[in-house]
Design a protein around this ligand. Structure first.
Ligand SMILES: [Zn+2]
Ligand SMILES: [Zn+2]
Ligand SMILES: [Zn+2]
Length: 474
């Protein structure tokens, strides 16, 4: 029996002879030479620390999504952390007081039984592209028997695959690409028959530019636009037929009609409240219906309700064929990767440029493409087309760039808005150079050089741009 005892982690065996990796402190599981994928069947996170960041890091490093050695394995967390995990809760299978608890033992068996039922391929290659990362999220959902998800990310409306999607490596400020990618993925799954709609959930209204659903609504004055408005009932006095705001009736703590000066006593007998009226505190305008002003906190633009874009939120489910291709990972051959960020073939890289340049110009988008010359003597030994080149693996943390290797040219693409061009370009060059330099230090004979940086402005001729970045690539 593979029994290991150490302070930071240990492997124990439960009643069903499942080996459980118990994590007592932050452990970089993937880098522990004495821990192999085959050594354990499930994970129990038992980290207690005053610093929540430390607990989160411990979970990340042993998570069924982000760790290669823990990939898709059941993951339980100590009961003491119930309610503290936030977003990370979607990748936790449950809580237990001890790793040998019967509820945890039963949960582990159920997860493995479901995987057996759908012929789930447990271990997979390390993820180097964004497409693969999304496949991994779907595969995780399927491994846990979550076969339905909704079409639009609306927290609270529906969970499942979409709440998992929040767990991807997108950086803040990239919501646009994230949304585009998701739409692309969705359309492809539908076209291939891997998902089908099951029911209508709701119609929501989103920002027409960034398609965010988190909007701020303000009732405001139709004359001056201020939201400093006050609503009050309008009173109708039966006796003299006077109709005016309630404040005009207020008299010495009583309600007295401003027209006939009789005191009002009983609602429904003396008077009623047929409607209400708004008054603006800023310009004194009175009106029956306030305007509605909508602000999108994301791009800080102001809209009217008519400007907003209505979107149907639909629930989808994986079809049996969809479950099959995700479970055995055939998805990577059948789904086009053109629409995804991360590493792809040069053909998909160019298809992406063409696709996005043709899309409605929603924002002043720029493409920045950096081209590096790379030479890796080790590449000569790699024959199989299937193998990911080592330099690509080393660069895989840059999910926020789309990249492609073509002969000795390594292209990186990044999107930016007009005002941030200089900043994006220098950050991109700095990051990539540093990472390539790091790779060079560990790989003898590797050479690289930044050849050029190209900027595409929305509206320009894409074919000409592609011609430019391809030029003299030999
Ligand atoms: Zn917006
Ligand atoms: Zn006003
Ligand atoms: Zn009256």
């Amino acid at each position: 029996m593979n029994q290991k005892t150490e302070n930071r982690y240990q492997i124990i065996t439960n009643n069903n002879r499942r080996r459980i990796l118990v994590i007592n402190d932050v452990v970089d599981v993937d880098r522990k030479a004495d821990l192999a994928f085959e050594d354990f069947d499930a994970v129990f996170i038992n980290v207690i620390d005053n610093l929540m960041d430390r607990i989160m890091l411990a979970i990340r490093l042993a998570s069924p999504l982000l760790s290669e050695k823990c990939r898709f394995k059941p993951c339980y967390v100590t009961k003491r952390l119930t309610g503290w995990l936030g977003k990370a809760e979607v990748i936790v299978d449950g809580y237990a007081s001890q790793p040998t608890d019967s509820n945890m033992a039963q949960g582990i068996e159920e997860i493995y039984a479901n995987m057996r039922r759908i012929n789930f391929l447990l271990g997979t290659e390390p993820v180097v592209s964004h497409a693969e990362e999304i496949f991994r999220l779907c595969r995780y959902a399927i491994s846990r028997g979550q076969y339905t998800f909704s079409s639009h990310p609306t927290p609270g409306l529906s969970s499942g695959y979409m709440s998992l999607y929040y767990y991807t490596l997108w950086f803040e400020g990239q919501e646009n690409q994230q949304l585009e990618e998701r739409d692309f993925f969705h359309a492809q799954l539908l076209k291939l028959g891997y998902i089908r709609p099951t029911r209508f959930i709701d119609k929501i209204h989103v920002c027409p530019v960034c398609r965010q659903s988190h909007l701020l609504f303000f009732e405001c004055c139709p004359k001056c636009g201020s939201s400093d408005i006050r609503e009050e009932p309008v009173l109708h006095h039966f006796r003299c037929a006077n109709v005016s705001p309630e404040s005009t009736y207020q008299w010495d703590g009583e309600l007295r009609c401003p027209k006939c000066h009789h005191t009002l006593r009983h609602i429904g007998v003396d008077y009623d409240k047929p409607s209400s009226i708004f008054t603006c505190r800023q310009c004194d305008e009175s009106f029956m219906y306030p305007d509605m002003r909508v602000i999108c906190p994301e791009d800080r633009r102001t809209w009217t309700t008519d400007d907003l874009l209505p979107i149907d939120v639909t629930e989808y489910e994986f079809t049996p064929e969809g479950i099959r291709v995700f479970a055995n990972y055939d998805i990577r051959y059948t789904l086009s990767q053109a629409g995804f960020y991360g590493y792809s073939s040069m053909r998909d890289f160019l298809a992406y440029l063409r696709m996005v340049s043709k899309a409605e110009a929603k924002q002043a988008d720029l493409f920045v493409v950096a081209r590096f010359y790379v030479f890796d003597p080790a590449m000569d030994n790699i024959v199989a087309q299937e193998t990911t080149p080592p330099v690509v693996k080393a660069m895989s943390r840059f999910f926020n760039y789309k990249s492609a290797l073509w002969g000795n040219n390594y292209y990186f693409l990044c999107r930016a808005s007009n005002g941030e061009l200089a900043q994006v370009q220098s950050r991109m060059e700095y990051e990539l150079k540093n990472e390539l330099k790091d790779f060079q230090q560990r790989h003898e004979g590797f050479e690289f050089e930044l050849v050029d940086t190209y900027v595409y402005h929305q509206g320009e001729d894409m074919e000409q741009f592609i011609h430019r970045i391809e030029e003299d690539r030999n």
